[in-house]
Design a binder for this molecule. Structure first.
Ligand SMILES: [Zn+2]
Ligand SMILES: [Zn+2]
Length: 302
């Protein structure tokens, strides 16, 4: 009996002690966060609310939660907007936009996680123009979902992953290629890593391109022609390629990359991006992501 009392009182003591420890832990966490907020006063870079959690990404949970995948019906081939809700399926049963009906694009499919607006656009800019590399992990999780989504497009088990390259001058200025950082984060977690081989150097951007803003589709194609080259054709020959970029704006860049990769012998090219411009009529109002120059407002903040 004595033992039982002793034991239960011991349990009680331990329980009380555990409770106290957990209260202390909560207090310490709260105190640390308070201290963090005092020492490093920081607001969410998207909504301006004060940040109360310690994180390497200066964006609040609510803003991150608001970045959602695309849910509207899109072209099954290029991922773009469909002309209307009653678009009929083609002969093969696929739902294609007008452009993909008329022209056979050099890629097999384009898939993106979310629409390039509000939160997602800001997150990409934090990485690209403000050099906040931890944001690549957040974007990588999104790209990981896209990668899993397009994985059935590949027949083989060893896919070459090619991030859209930056010109060497741009690479030196920025210090990293955002597409490569994002895809490395995306493929960090199994079970995908065994299927994809990241090959950063096979494709090179060796010519600057002028701003694409305001150009017609044909002018954009002419503008970008010859900007990329495959420097390691043996690695591309006969391979299936996953081409990745942070954002799909007009598609001129990825189309040209896909064309060059196919010409070098890639059997198929599938494109995965984190974001995609869906409102094509508004594309002119967007910052020209295909241009080599940084938007002035962003460049000033670097
Ligand atoms: Zn926020
Ligand atoms: Zn399409």
């Amino acid at each position: 009996m004595g033992e039982v009392v002793f034991s239960s009182s011991g349990d009680l003591t331990r329980a009380k002690s555990a409770e106290r420890q957990s209260r202390v832990a909560t207090f310490l966490t709260t105190a640390a966060e308070g201290l963090f907020a005092t020492l490093f006063p920081s607001d969410c870079r998207l909504c301006g609310a004060p940040l109360i959690r310690i994180s390497r990404v200066p964006v609040c949970e609510q803003c991150l939660d608001q970045v959602r995948p695309i849910t509207q019906a899109v072209c099954e081939l290029c991922g773009g907007c469909l002309p209307g809700p009653y678009t009929l399926a083609g002969e093969d049963g696929s739902v294609r936009c007008g452009l993909c009906r008329r022209l056979e694009p050099p890629f097999e499919r384009v898939a993106a996680y979310g629409s390039y607006d509000s939160g997602l656009r800001e997150l990409i800019h934090l990485l690209k123009y403000e050099g906040m590399r931890p944001v690549a992990n957040v974007l990588g999780r999104m790209l990981g979902e896209v990668t899993a989504d397009v994985a059935p497009c590949f027949e083989g088990s060893n896919v070459l992953v090619v991030p859209v390259p930056l010109h060497s001058t741009k690479f030196r200025q920025r210090g990293f290629n955002q597409a490569e950082l994002i895809v490395r984060a995306a493929l960090k977690h199994p079970p995908q890593h065994h299927q994809f081989e990241i090959a950063g150097g096979v494709l090179q951007r060796w010519r600057f391109t002028e701003s694409q803003t305001g150009l017609s589709r044909h002018q954009r194609q002419a503008n970008i022609r010859g900007a990329f080259k495959v420097v390691d054709p043996e690695r591309v020959l006969g391979r299936e390629v996953l081409l990745v970029d942070d954002v799909f704006t007009t598609g001129t860049t990825v189309s040209e990359c896909a064309r060059i990769l196919r010409r070098a012998g890639a059997v198929r090219v599938v494109v995965a991006t984190v974001a995609r411009v869906l409102k094509l009529e508004a594309a002119g109002a967007f910052v020209d992501e295909d241009a080599e120059r940084e938007p002035l407002a962003m460049a000033a903040r670097v």
